[in-house]
Design a protein around this ligand. Structure first.
Ligand SMILES: [Zn+2]
Length: 263
């Protein structure tokens, strides 16, 4: 049975991510397209990414990265939020969950993109669990002391792509949904470029100096699978109580090409 929220007037999208550049790596093109349709855009991170630096105290690194995330979100007309859980040590506990629920309560999203519950980084997996739990319960009156915004309810929920299109043990992600971001790739790159601190850090830690080009090349790789120049892919959560019609595919239909994985 299809569970649809088509008639909801509220158009508020939340990208609920682990680290300040995760949205720009995975789903910013889709957020830009939603903003262009008049959606309100929010990007939230569970951590401030305070381990992603060679020097500086956790507070100093957090401040820099929150500023970078804020600038990036603003390029899509969005607002940035951070729960300030410790980077690299994200856990699923009542405090982290309550902070997540309270944030959802304040934003009242009708579409949520979070991280895969199986991915290379444990912070991403825990973030996916928090996003799934918060999305389910945030509109229950007793779940939070924050006021309940009219129109709150179980939102559309999507998981973004895993790193390199793989899950935690290297198995390929099977997307349910593909979004053409050819026209948004340059703006997505500008958003990613706001994370200046990460280019130096990743060069040192991972030996990669391709922060922007790696994202663009990967978008092109996903695009080739569906006959466009660049794409982002998602897995929709269609479990009990969630809307099961594929809103992103309905809003952004592909131009008729059939998916040709591996092409
Ligand atoms: Zn991350």
């Amino acid at each position: 049975m299809t569970n649809t929220r088509k008639h909801s007037e509220r158009r508020v999208a939340l990208a609920f991510m682990a680290h300040p550049d995760d949205a720009e790596m995975t789903c910013a093109g889709t957020l830009i397209r939603l903003a262009d349709l008049g959606w309100s855009i929010h990007i939230a991170t569970v951590t401030a990414g305070d381990c992603g630096a060679l020097s500086g105290t956790p507070e100093e690194v957090s401040n820099v990265r929150i500023l970078e995330g804020t600038k990036a979100a603003e390029l899509a007309g969005g607002k940035f939020h951070c729960l300030k859980e410790p980077d690299g040590r994200t856990v699923y506990d009542r405090q982290a969950l309550q902070k997540s629920i309270d944030l959802f309560r304040d934003i009242a999203p009708t579409l949520v993109i979070t991280m895969p519950m199986s991915d290379y980084h444990a912070d991403h997996e825990i973030t996916g669990q928090l996003g799934r739990a918060a999305s389910f319960v945030y509109a229950a009156p007793n779940a939070s002391k924050q006021p309940l915004i009219p129109g709150s309810g179980v939102p559309y929920l999507y998981y973004c792509d895993g790193h390199g299109g793989r899950d935690r043990i290297g198995q390929p992600v099977e997307p349910t949904t593909r979004v053409d971001i050819t026209g948004q790739l340059d703006q997505k790159t500008e958003m990613l470029a706001c994370h200046v601190s990460q280019r130096e850090w990743l060069k040192h830690h991972n030996g990669i100096d391709e922060y922007l080009s790696a994202m663009r090349n990967y978008g092109a790789e996903r695009g080739r699978e569906c006959g466009v120049a660049a794409a982002e892919v998602f897995v929709q959560h269609r479990g009990h109580a969630y809307p099961t019609d594929d809103l992103l595919s309905e809003l952004f239909p592909m131009s008729g090409q059939t998916s040709q994985p591996g092409a």
